[in-house]
Design a protein around this ligand. Structure first.
Ligand SMILES: Cc1cc2nc3c(=O)[nH]c(=O)nc-3n(C[C@H](O)[C@H](O)[C@H](O)COP(=O)(O)OP(=O)(O)OC[C@H]3O[C@@H](n4cnc5c(N)ncnc54)[C@H](O)[C@@H]3O)c2cc1C
Length: 452
């Protein structure tokens, strides 16, 4: 008979918490999970899934336009936001149910309540105290809005998923992936969209070519992009429109201003300090290679550790932790060559090192890149360009990075990620037969090194 109520008490039923709880229970542990808002967490409710559904909706504008060149004509299609919202909400409710029933089927105890830490082995949840041999903090993160006059009128991605209606004009602030995705979504759904970013190039941290080329494509599709710009003040006018004053003194108007400039780990008022858990300066929980915090019985993973904030990373960490704790199989996460996609229009996806990072790490690199109009657009008339790039270690000829902007980039780069994991060389890319006619075949037919 254990001295604890549970082997594992997990705080947070998002991507990482659900995976860790389910697999720990599968490995024979007695597990409980506390979730205060929605099962599935950010990804299912206000992240990846609804975002991608909105992105599909936004893509249709281009597709209706493209169809004409292939002989399809008809009345101008009309977009009905309440239908999209209702269908999205229905699908998310279905997924919430699936997540909850997956946990129940695995025998995990479910608490629909907030939980906080009391000490290294106990939590408070729904007015009761529970003890556990291990506690997992998987509480995710939350969007932030900087403070400035009128900032209370701005929204974040959280609210953007539940708008009563679409505005005539929207301003999206930020240069990261969430900002470019939402700017593409609003623009695609017919909203006059301005993207405001204080830097000179979107997608900082990604290969520079991707940010530069994506901004050019988004501008072609109608997004107004203001670089080196920021909002100084917002004022709500009669009728609800927002008067926007920029830092350079220029002014504009929008029905909606959305900030996507940052997220903070959910570590406030969790009792972490009381339990002795160390935090980093940004409020993230510090963990070791096995996801243990400074208190050995308390673990943390996913966005609350603010490292690589992606769903598949949180779930892989959840699996690793379950194996470490309950399968007697200490498992280290492998953070190398994690592929990721940006569901802007057009899509962007990447795996491995950018040209800049490869140089910073001391590699001398061969660069291969190509930009072209995809076959589909020879008839559609669209000016959209597809871009592909390989970063190759000149010494070993190993492919260090694969980068793409274009239709279904995420689907294509997922396969490239396997090649990188296998340590593929440029010669192996070259000896791979292409699938014709596709855009992806360009990855195995780039022969000429790029020279400035
Ligand atoms: C707009 C947007 C788009 C995104 N798109 C993508 C994408 O395309 N691909 C991708 O890989 N990633 C994407 N992400 C990131 C992804 O959603 C996160 O990395 C992932 O959800 C992190 O999982 P997690 O388990 O760490 O946290 P979360 O999924 O955030 O789960 C944390 C859970 O803990 C609960 N909680 C918090 N505090 C408590 C408490 N005290 N008691 C009980 N419950 C608590 C919260 O309610 C939440 O459900 C996106 C994120 C956003 C915001």
């Amino acid at each position: 008979m254990s001295q604890y109520d549970y082997d594992l008490f997990c705080i947070g039923g998002g991507s990482g918490g659900v995976r860790a709880s389910r697999f720990s229970a599968n490995y024979g542990a007695k597990v409980a999970v506390a979730e205060e808002k929605y099962f599935g967490g950010t990804c299912v409710n206000v992240g990846c899934i609804p975002k991608k559904l909105f992105s599909y909706a936004a893509h249709f504008r281009d597709e209706f336009h493209d169809a004409a060149g292939f002989g399809w004509t008809g009345p101008e299609p009309d977009f009905h936001w309440p239908t999209l919202l209702q269908n999205k909400n229905k699908e998310i409710a279905r997924l919430n149910g699936i997540y909850e029933s997956m946990l129940a089927k695995a025998g995990v105890g479910i608490f629909k309540a907030r939980a906080t830490l009391l000490d290294p082995h106990s939590v408070e949840c729904g007015g009761k105290t529970y003890t556990a041999r291990h506690i997992l903090v998987a509480t995710g993160s939350w969007p932030t809005i900087p403070r400035f006059p009128g900032c209370e009128h701005a929204i974040t991605s959280n609210e953007a998923f539940f708008l009563d209606g679409l505005p005539k004009a929207a301003v999206v602030v930020g240069g990261g992936y969430i900002a470019v995705e939402f700017a593409s979504i609003f623009n695609g759904l017919g909203v006059e969209t301005t993207l405001v970013y204080r830097g000179k190039r979107v997608l900082r941290g990604f290969d520079a070519d991707l940010g530069t080329r994506l901004a050019a494509e988004m501008a072609k599709k109608g997004v107004t992009i203001k670089f080196e710009s920021d909002i100084a003040a917002l004022e709500k006018k009669a009728g609800g429109t927002l008067a926007v004053t920029y830092q350079d003194g220029s002014r504009g108007e929008a029905g909606l201003v959305m900030y996507a400039t940052g997220r903070k780990p959910n570590t406030k008022n969790l009792g972490l300090e009381k339990a002795g858990v160390e935090l980093a300066d940004d409020g993230a929980i510090k963990v070791d290679d096995y996801l243990a915090t400074s208190v050995p019985s308390i673990h943390a993973l996913g966005d609350v550790t603010n490292r690589i904030n992606l769903t598949p990373v949180a779930t892989a960490e959840g699996m690793a932790l379950a194996k470490t704790l309950f399968r007697a199989q200490p498992t280290l996460m492998d953070y190398h060559d994690i592929p990721t996609a940006i569901f802007a229009i057009p899509n962007v996806a990447t795996v491995g090192l950018s040209e800049e990072l490869a140089a910073a790490r001391g590699f001398t690199v061969d660069i291969y890149k190509t930009q072209f109009r995809a076959l589909k657009h020879t008839l559609s008339g669209s000016e959209e360009k597809t871009f592909m790039k390989l970063v190759v270690d000149a010494a070993t000829q190993r492919v260090l990075g694969v980068h793409m902007m274009g239709a279904e980039a995420g689907e294509i780069i997922q396969g490239m990620a396997i090649a990188l994991k296998c340590g593929a060389t440029k010669a192996q890319f070259d000896s791979t037969i292409g699938i014709h006619p596709t855009a992806a075949e360009e990855f195995v037919t780039m022969r000429e090194k790029f020279t400035q």
